[in-house]
Write a protein that binds this ligand. Sequence first.
Ligand code: HEC
Ligand code: HEC
Ligand code: HEC
Ligand code: HEC
Length: 213
Amino acid sequence: MTLDRDEGSKRIPLAAAGAAVACLLALAVVFTKDLIGKGPGRDDIPKLSPEYADPSTVRKVRTEMTFDGAPCQACHEGAEPLQGNPHEKGIFHEHIELKHGRNQHCFNCHHRMQPADFSNFDGSPIKLDNIQLLCAKCHGTIYRDWGLGIHGRRSGFWDTAKGPLKTQVCIACHNPHWPIFKPLKAAPPPHINPRTRAKGGKTAGAENHGGLD
Ligand code: HEC
Ligand code: HEC
Ligand code: HEC
Ligand code: HEC
């Protein structure tokens, strides 16, 4: 059996077609004049605070070894090794909170003769722009993982023909003196569940999310 389209359309009565058009016109009026109202409406979804979209690392990596604007050599001439008690900070560096587990000795890291540099096991200096080698002294497996992109953060391009692959250095995330990675504040959930809307029709804040109240 074949369906003849022309035959079919001829069979629609004119009255039915007219009724359908009238219905659509009536609906158009209802919607444009807003005759049945807009209903309870939707919650305003608050804009995400820009701090959550900030791709920078938790620490800003210093590019030169200065303290209070002065290079380390200004006070530590380097002619003589730093002599103080290895656990003493001296009045000038009271701000340093050394909470690095059992690693409590300034000169495990800082070079005695070249105060702007760091110290390798054999006493050779490690420069600030190679600081991962200092951490590698004691965190070998993490250093290996970091080199493979397993630890830390990779951004940029996997296909290096298209652009550079970016790696972040250890001290972009860890304060060398107090290296534990501190908890970050989680971003609010992306949508507000209408059921968690606070009484009075106000939008519930992210802290109400989960409908526990
Ligand atoms: C304004 C002067 C000044 C500057 C600049 C300065 N220091 Fe010091 N630093 C001191 C003093 C004073 C002491 C305490 C000396 C002491 O106790 O023998 C000290 C102590 C230290 C110690 C502990 C070892 C010790 O001998 O007590 C380290 C490590 C150290 N400084 C590193 C640095 C580094 C790294 C810089 C550069 C980023 C720097 N300092 C810049 C004044 C300074
Ligand atoms: C785990 C290695 C490590 C140890 C231990 C350590 N430092 Fe540092 N320190 C660093 C590194 C790396 C930097 C430079 C990078 C940075 O500041 O982010 C630095 C920076 C500094 C600075 C300049 C920046 C600032 O915050 O003023 C001073 C001064 C300093 N250290 C003093 C000390 C003193 C004094 C001690 C001992 C009480 C100490 N450090 C122990 C690794 C270490
Ligand atoms: C001289 C050895 C030594 C060096 C150099 C060193 N660390 Fe450590 N690090 C330690 C020790 C020891 C611990 C503590 C392990 C423990 O107590 O379980 C530690 C712990 C840590 C932790 C874990 C902190 C925590 O509380 O869980 C981090 C993160 C860390 N180090 C990062 C670094 C970074 C980044 C550098 C380079 C700037 C560095 N370390 C250099 C010896 C070192
Ligand atoms: C992009 C940020 C980032 C970089 C770069 C980074 N780390 Fe970490 N690291 C972290 C975070 C986040 C943790 C905490 C993981 C956790 O708590 O489970 C951590 C944990 C650690 C720990 C503690 C591991 C443990 O098992 O307790 C050590 C040690 C450490 N990092 C060393 C390093 C060293 C050394 C480098 C450089 C070679 C480095 N990190 C680079 C973010 C970073």
